[in-house]
Design a protein around this ligand. Structure first.
Ligand SMILES: [Zn+2]
Length: 560
């Protein structure tokens, strides 16, 4: 079974992620230490969203009617992405799709790609590659992984290395407003003391601008953080008013988000580990630069993917599963369904069992939809159904799903409501020995259509003859797969056809053709790994997400 650690983690999880114990002081009812959260003026989307800035659910109000500005921290591209990353991006992809398709809010999403930093430089050195080449390689891999997981790309990706002049002028702006200082060594630091009690909006206990800096540090205070880092020998660098160097990590996001959205941002998202210090510092930088009281209105944080109950899946702990490896065994729809079974804020346990459970659930959905379609076509004979009950069930499910999604994107509750409807429908689709009496295909059509639409909304394809990708190549791919399946069928049929000959000769011939059959089996298994299911006679189900019904016909014809 799939376990979530706690349905309402929010602030406690945030504190745990930051390594704090139980909360010592209680934060103001709304907002951090210095300032209360300001409810934005604009259009209420109708959604209540858990805002890390207040530690509770707030109505999601966007500045411009029907449009939300959203900045998402992207990957640091120095290695393969793993399922922990996948979990965060898939969860936010689901939220983005819900906001767009259920609540009619057009999302403008900007994602920053960190393509220069210490880890990239170190890895590139180890591999004897230019840092930019290494970064491009893993950036491309990240994009392919996201496409394979059906995560919609952001409206734009912005790379740090392509926006250095903008980042430099952003830093100059912060210095000019008295919130940062440059040093003789060519570093620039944010002056935390200048921020007063406004630092610590995301956490109630944030380090103050205290402490002596370490021995060779040129900071004024230990907790001041770097906006610009002077280049070390033989390190990639850019020219700046402070000498050769490169941007610090936090400033990139502030500068790139501001480049597109200016001094106001509706939504900012990232994994819970980014809340502090990364997002806290982004807030400090932006509010200092824009001279505003509140730059980002809503901070959304996703919970970690855990392994074996307590460890966060991460590269440093070497307990991760690469996305590519995962997708060799399970389909992206299985992973997505797994992600919907817990709140996006919860820590979630990864295990093969949890994936098998999600796979089983997906098969159950496919199976119900298959039966319901067969019933509609008159191919499944049933006793008369209680039609009123089904219409009623459909209507109440729609209401329950909408309410769940409007309540901080409560996908577990929404999927439960759908499963309830499936249960109701399955209960009515009882095969009868002696069918007769009235039939109710329309209500099953309405249920099928609604369930397909719901899962389509969150990016899971249940519709008939849906294809692997959603882009324009889907139709082509579909045809190619169809040709492939037809070819396999011919080969298999040839291998199985027993010639008119004496028994021994026949057996010899079948023996010779056996490699053909084995190759056909291997192809079927290989395609299953890509989520393409070829049913053979006698097999009722197959763990695949995309059932090509016409393939079933091909194989059935062969069997018959
Ligand atoms: Zn960021």
């Amino acid at each position: 079974m799939l376990r979530t650690k706690s349905p309402r983690l929010g602030a406690p999880l945030l504190r745990a992620a930051l390594g704090f114990g139980r909360r010592a002081g209680v934060r103001a009812a709304s907002g951090g230490r210095g300032h209360a959260w300001l409810r934005p003026a604009g259009q209420d989307t109708g959604v209540q969203v858990y805002n890390s800035l207040t530690g509770r659910k707030e109505p999601l109000v966007v500045e411009r009617a029907g449009t939300a500005s959203w900045y998402s921290c992207g990957p640091t591209v120095y290695d393969h992405a793993h399922l922990g990353h996948a979990c965060s991006y898939v969860r936010f992809d689901i939220i983005r799709r819900i906001l767009t398709r259920v609540f009619g809010c057009n999302i403008v999403m900007v994602m920053g790609i960190t393509d220069v930093d210490d880890k990239i430089i170190q890895r590139a050195r180890e591999m004897d590659l230019p840092p930019v080449s290494l970064a491009r390689h893993y950036e491309e891999e990240f994009k392919q992984d996201m496409a394979a997981l059906k995560v919609l790309p952001p409206t734009v990706y912005l790379r740090v290395t392509e926006n250095i002049p903008q980042i430099i002028s952003f830093i100059e702006g912060i210095i000019a407003r008295g919130h940062a200082y440059s040093t003789a060594k060519g570093n620039v630091y944010f002056d935390l003391k200048s921020r007063g009690d406004k630092y610590g909006k995301l956490v109630s206990v944030a380090p103050g601008p205290v402490g002596e800096p370490a021995g060779d540090s040129d900071k004024r205070h230990a907790s001041d953080f770097a906006l610009w880092k002077a280049a070390k020998p033989e390190e990639i660098f850019w020219a700046s008013p402070w000498g050769h160097g490169r941007p610090g990590w936090h400033i990139e996001c502030s500068a790139m988000a501001s480049m597109v959205f200016g001094g106001q941002l509706d939504i900012h998202s990232g994994g819970i580990d980014l809340a502090f210090p990364h997002h806290e510092n982004e807030i400090a930088q932006c509010e200092a630069f824009h001279q505003c009281r509140q730059w980002g209105n809503y901070f959304l944080h996703s919970g970690h993917l855990h392994v074996k109950g307590k460890e966060k899946m991460s590269k440093s702990l070497k307990n991760y599963v690469a996305i590519k490896d995962f997708l060799r065994t399970f389909s992206p729809d299985v992973f997505r369904l797994f992600c919907t079974r817990s709140s996006y804020r919860s820590a979630i346990d990864y295990s093969d069992n949890a994936m098998l459970h999600a796979q089983h659930l997906l098969l159950g959905l496919h199976s119900f939809l298959g039966d319901a379609r067969a019933y509609m076509k008159g191919q499944l004979a049933c006793s008369p159904v209680q039609e009123d009950q089904l219409w009623e069930g459909l209507s109440s499910t729609k209401g329950a799903v909408w309410a769940a999604l409007a309540d901080d994107f409560d996908t577990p509750r929404a999927v439960d409501a759908i499963l309830g409807l499936v249960h109701l429908g399955n209960g009515q689709l009882r095969a009868a020995q002696d069918p007769g009496g009235p039939r109710s295909p329309a209500v099953f059509g309405a249920i099928v259509s609604y369930i397909e639409q719901f899962f389509g909304t969150i990016g899971i394809s249940l519709a008939n003859q849906q294809c692997v990708s959603e882009d324009g190549s889907a139709a082509t791919l579909h045809s190619v797969v169809e040709e492939l399946v037809r070819f396999r069928q011919s080969v298999r049929q040839f291998a199985l056809t027993a010639p008119e000959a004496p028994r021994e000769a026949r057996q010899q011939q079948l023996l010779e053709r056996r490699p053909l059959l084995e190759a056909c089996d291997a192809l079927r298994q290989d395609l299953a790994a890509h989520g393409i299911n070829i049913k053979t006679a006698g097999s009722q189900s197959n763990p695949a997400s995309h059932v090509f019904s016409h393939m079933t016909h091909l194989e059935d014809a062969e069997a018959g």
